[in-house]
Ligand binder design. Structure first.
Ligand code: C2O
Ligand code: CU
Ligand code: CU
Length: 453
């Protein structure tokens, strides 16, 4: 670090993950990326609104040995953002082998709430990996199938550690969860059925806490929990688990692997994520605020395309997942991918896999959920609609969506249409939107969109 407070960079000890940035809203950040990998790379700051040259588009990827200077101001509200590489075709492996980290922004509105801080503010990155007999990470051992489904590891890691176990006090905690997995979806719950209290999503605090019996967290998404262990007896144990969910819809298609993929832990399997051992009480009781933040609600009637949402169809062509029938092209922007700076729009992602147009694999009817992410913005989910015949896989996860606040990534289930309200507020330029299943993105399920001023 050149200048600035020592608290702004925190390391997770014993972890392969990158450092945690802790930055105040309004601060300027300068980072030099030095590429010591044998391949091109570039870092993207997921969730931040920053100028195009700072955003880590693959066309800014630097060669081995080269460096890249980042210099930007953080204008986002308080929240947990993150960073990871974005070179075309190599994002999956580079994230997999450890190139990712958290970027936590604070602001005055958040500080006024007196939420748990210090050791009571716990960032938790959930990932899955597969290790060989030499304890080395194995990526995409099943080749083409893994690429099409997305990588699913058989070992669950929290902040880089397997069988994660944490000693907590009998006090209130802020647990900040990132699904940093390449393609796995988690159905998060407490093992004893205690409802989860959610205080924030991708783009920061909700207006007020909400509770869920379980939370669906797709790759790239974040959720922050209020976890108060003060009612628990010393020595008791809580476990954060992923509940089982059905991997196939009534359409008969395959979702997320199942018997088709090579993982011994398919998407939808049930497993423990981490255990928390409750100790003695040590802090003053911190009450959960009943109201958290102000969210300027977008209104559908204010969207420039309110009668004609911008449509993005997700479908299979051959063995590849496409967006509006297209694959990523480094510089191309189609006519329907141009928006105007300042405009509020409705974007609609329709996952038609498994339906007409989804029969790309001949006999196999591939149906997969796609976590769709838009660079450079935070959006609000306007509505979700599920096609008849697709309800069963949908209902296995839908009660766990938290659509109440700012999002930059939204899960689109097979047969589902999701509409989001998005304002292209800050910077003109060419940004990406893509599926955050990293293998899908690497295979081309990614496009440019251009914000014109
Ligand atoms: Cu985490 Cu292009 O994104
Ligand atoms: Cu991003
Ligand atoms: Cu996808």
């Amino acid at each position: 670090m050149r200048e600035g407070s020592a608290e702004s960079i925190q390391t997770l000890s014993g972890s392969y993950l990158g450092p945690i940035f802790r930055i105040g809203k309004g601060q300027r950040v300068q980072v030099r990326l030095k590429n010591e990998l044998p391949d091109p790379t570039i870092i993207h700051w997921h969730g931040l609104s920053i100028p195009e040259e700072m955003d880590g588009h693959p066309r800014y990827a630097i060669a081995p040995g080269a460096s890249y200077e980042y210099d930007f101001q953080v204008i986002n509200r308080a929240g947990m953002y993150w960073f990871h590489p974005h070179p075309h075709g190599l994002t999956g492996p580079q994230v997999y082998y450890g190139l990712a980290g958290l970027f936590i922004v604070s602001d005055d509105e958040e500080a006024s709430l007196g939420l748990p801080t210090g050791e009571y503010d716990l960032p938790l990155v959930i990932q899955d990996r597969t290790f060989d007999s030499q304890n080395q990470m194995v990526y995409l051992a099943n080749g083409m199938m893994d690429q099409m489904i997305g990588f699913l590891g058989d070992t669950i890691l929290v902040n880089g550690a397997p069988d994660a176990a944490l000693d907590v006090k009998a006090d209130a905690y802020r647990l900040r969860l990132l699904n940093g997995s390449n393609s796995r979806i988690y159905k998060l719950a407490w093992q004893d059925g205690t409802p989860l209290t959610v205080i924030a999503t991708d783009g920061g605090l909700l207006e007020a806490p909400v509770t869920r019996d379980y939370i669906t967290l797709a790759p790239g998404e974040r959720v922050e929990l209020w976890a108060d262990f003060s009612g628990r007896t010393a020595g008791s144990q809580m476990r954060l688990v992923s509940l089982p969910f059905s991997g196939s819809s009534s359409g008969g298609g395959m979702m997320g692997g199942g018997m088709m993929g090579g993982s011994s832990l398919p998407n939808g399997a049930s497993f423990d994520i981490m255990s928390l051992k409750v100790g003695a009480k040590s802090a003053e009781a911190v009450p959960l605020p009943t109201s958290l933040a102000t969210i300027g609600r977008h209104r559908a009637e204010d969207a420039v395309n309110r009668n004609n949402p911008r449509a993005f169809t997700l479908a299979m062509q051959g063995m590849i997942h496409t967006i509006n029938g297209r694959l990523f092209e480094m510089d191309a922007v189609a006519r329907d991918e141009i928006v105007q700076l300042g405009d509020l729009e409705i974007w609609e992602f329709a996952n038609l896999e498994g339906g007409e147009g989804g029969m790309g694999m001949g006999m196999m009817n591939m149906e997969m959920p796609h976590p769709m992410h838009i660079h450079g913005v935070q959006f609000q989910v306007l509505r979700r609609q599920i096609t008849r015949g697709y309800e069963s896989a949908y209902q296995a996860l839908s009660a766990g969506f938290v659509d109440d606040g700012w999002k930059d990534t939204v899960l689109v289930m097979p047969g589902e249409k999701v509409q989001v309200l998005v304002r292209f507020e800050k910077y003109a330029g060419t940004y990406l939107y893509h599926c955050h299943n990293l293998e899908h993105g690497d295979a081309g399920m990614m496009r440019n969109y251009k914000i014109e001023s």
